[in-house]
Write a protein that binds this ligand. Structure first.
Ligand code: KDG
Ligand code: MG
Length: 402
């Protein structure tokens, strides 16, 4: 089953996506997601220039060997560009394997461990009153878990709050928008938000909050302590995670569960966090953590150490990534939660898919393989449009993590 053709497809049906299509000499095709928000063309070039020539003529059934070949063979290991490119190849090869076997991918991963994938949506608004009504809309749709983000009094904008509710897209300009950040305003406000939310919705709705890498460990510890009365399911990315040891300090001070991982690329980024049980949820994704093959390796390590999955599922991960994630989610023993942000109708048309949402759960497609495709003709009608993520500065102008 030799690989005969590989196509790198860049499309912008509302936002930029990079997809990879691999076709075998027997005409079986598979798709992978290679989207890296704000750096899409870097991955497209890496694939086109350095990976596609290596794939032509290779045996499409040798998924693990191809992964090792691309990882070890480059000599230069890891990094988001390389690992997203490897992920796209890996995902497309799993799709082909499922189609050849005539089975939905989750069957090749060991079959179902649950009946549906619990997802969380994003309730966001500038003020508390409006966020309460946003949460109500998610509850009415059957969501059992909701991420809550609000504006911070004294700050003109903050992460996670926007007008396009279900499609929140932070890459909003060709050159980065500059936001202003104040940890003091933030730490003063957030506990008050969750006090209101718990009062309104009672004890059982799962509540989450994304700090988006902005605090120091001791500040994150203070946030975690102040949120303990409201029993959050997690606070996410409380600190920039380059220093895994930083989580030890947070952990010593609070029982609020911790989630991290959306910017990680490999198991080495979270090895200490997992093996020392410094986190509760690992949020790595198919597209940015080396595909299904490597993500499973991370989740297997996590399972040994009581850490559950909580995969990133923002709008900048295409329906191809979401389809792949759902097959993993439904199969692994230590699934926690899956983030689910809707794609725009244009994106859904470019990537026709069989997964479906029902009363708070997503269900993977029952078609062979991933159950998702790319309409290449339609994709070609949406050319790439430059867009970058914002940056953050403190009130005195110092650069800060966004
Ligand atoms: O491209 C960056 C987004 O994916 C990220 O900001 C979204 O933090 C995010 C989340 O948890 O969905
Ligand atoms: Mg996040």
């Amino acid at each position: 089953m030799k690989i005969a053709d590989v196509r790198v497809i860049v499309t912008c049906p509302g936002r930029n996506f990079v997809a990879l299509k691999i076709v075998t000499e027997d005409g079986v095709s598979g798709v992978g997601d290679a989207t890296l928000n704000g750096r899409e063309l870097a991955v497209a070039a890496y694939l086109t220039e350095h990976v596609v020539p290596l794939l032509i003529g290779r045996d499409a059934s040798r998924i693990e060997d191809t992964w090792q070949f691309l990882y070890k063979g480059a000599y230069w290991r890891r990094g988001p560009v390389t690992m997203s490119a490897i992920a796209a190849v890996d995902t497309a090869l799993w799709d082909i394997k499922g189609k050849v076997a005539g089975l939905p991918l989750y069957q090749l991963l060991g079959g179902r461990s649950r009946s549906g994938v619990t997802v969380y949506g994003h309730a966001n608004a500038v003020d508390v009153e409006t966020v309460l009504s946003e949460i109500s809309s998610y509850v009415a749709l059957g969501y059992r878990a909701v991420r809550v983000q609000t504006g911070i009094p004294g700050l003109s904008s903050t992460y996670g709050v926007s007008d396009d509710k279900m499609f929140y897209e932070p890459a909003d300009a060709a050159l980065p928008t500059e936001n202003v950040w104040s940890t003091e305003h933030y730490l003063h406000h957030v506990p008050k938000v969750f006090a209101e939310v718990r009062k309104e919705f009672g004890p059982t709705l799962k509540l989450l909050h994304d700090v988006h890498h902005r605090l120091t460990p001791i500040e994150a510890a203070r946030l975690g302590k102040s949120l303990e009365p409201y029993a959050l399911t997690w606070i996410e990315d409380p600190v920039p995670a380059e220093l895994q040891e930083g989580f030890r300090l947070i952990r010593q001070h609070t029982t609020t569960p911790l989630a991290v991982g959306e910017v990680f690329n490999t198991i080495w980024d979270c090895q200490e966090l997992i093996t020392s049980q410094l986190i509760d949820y690992i949020r790595t994704t198919v597209v940015h953590a080396g595909g299904i093959t490597h993500l499973r390796r991370i989740f297997d390590l996590a399972a040994l150490h009581h850490v559950r999955s909580g995969s990133h599922g923002a709008t900048d991960l295409s329906p191809v990534c979401m389809a792949a994630a759902l097959h993993v989610d439904i199969a692994i023993p230590n699934f926690g939660l899956q983030e689910y942000m809707r794609h725009t109708p244009e994106t859904d048309l470019v990537f026709p898919h069989g997964y479906r949402f029902e009363r708070g759960y997503l269900h993977p497609s029952e078609e062979p393989g991933l159950g998702v495709d790319i309409d290449e003709e339609l994709a070609a009608r949406y050319p790439y449009s430059p867009a970058q993520l914002p940056v953050n500065r403190l009130e005195d102008g110092t650069m800060h993590s966004w």
